[in-house]
Design a protein around this ligand. Sequence first.
Ligand code: PMP
Ligand code: GLU
Length: 392
Amino acid sequence: MRASRIRTSQRLAGIGGSATYAVHDLVQSMRAEGKAVLDLGGGDPDFPTAEHIAAAAADSVHAGFTHYTPSRGLPELRTAISEKLLDDNRISTDPGTDVIVTPSAKYALFLALTTILDPGDDILIPTPSWVSYASMAHLVGARPVSVPLRADGGFRLTRKLLDAAVGPRTRAILINTPNNPTGHVLDEQEATDLAAFAIEHDLAIVADEIYEKIIYRGRHISMAAVPGCAERTLTVNGFSKAYAMTGWRLGYIAGPTDVITEVLKAAQHTVGCAGSFVQQGGIAALTGPQGDLLRMVDEYAARRTMIVEGLAALPGVTCTPPDGAFYAFADISGAGRGSDTEFAEWLLTTAGVAVTPGSAFGEGGEGHVRLSFSGPQDVIKEALERIADAFR
Ligand code: PMP
Ligand code: GLU
């Protein structure tokens, strides 16, 4: 279509599209042209959603469970989430007032930022970070301020880095553990330092815990469970990664009652509720057998070993084994193939392997590429062979 007569918003003019979706779309279009591309781009588990979860949703559709649900989500699902938060995360919530079910964790994050930020406010985002945080901050008129973590510091958060980034307009900090893309899992010291910092500056904490179940080393810490943080933390989580339910679009947000009351207004006016039968699948996921989850994490662990070993064999490439999530964040600055964007393009055209350039993840991501191991071992194996060939 030709140019329209519609003026689009400045907020959108200031941001680009999602880099992870860009890689995804590129892979699809290359495949449509008949090219054999191996996709180590996006983080979408290849496992099918467990049968008991699929059946719960399908049965409910056939039984006519196809209408609006309460805006906060089905009471039974909120109760299951609240119990999960207590058992797994030591976060105490009232399912009646402190939890809202959302269509995706992504939307829960957007609701969180809409609720706690005003135009002109700053939110600290330790980087490298997932591609959508900064853009979401822009969308609500706030300013994302990077806390640039260092690769040679293991991408750890330190009090010094936090102090250097905070300013008079800082209202919140967004923390993602385990981290996408670095795989770093927040440790006790970092959590203690972050809590003291947030309390001192009276900041809200948005904790994105979507990868909490996918950990190979260390243990997950929920910021809302750290002393002094419950009253200032919004916890975001979802079903996409732990239960291989990316296409279902189901997540949730939990936090102090007065904040969740405000989140509810934003949810009611923008989405109403999450899908009714999708929520039935969520109940089955949380209350049903958890065996699939453990099997999936075992499989990710095997893929992680494979990818880390494959990367270690490449000249000029280094990669710290990720402690969590399913991404390898490799330093390719010594590979002699230009910037991370140039490297990713070269890999795609020479080897037919799609990866995500590190600079898409913000400050500190340059010189790296992210390789997702959410896909099967045969694909990873062949991709590593092709990459090794391209290096030769
Ligand atoms: N947070 C992080 C760090 C992610 O990588 C993703 C990507 N799926 C999400 C949130 C959003 O998950 P979803 O919208 O599928 O629930
Ligand atoms: N979170 C995944 C990723 O980082 C899926 C794509 C997205 O939502 O950004 O690749």
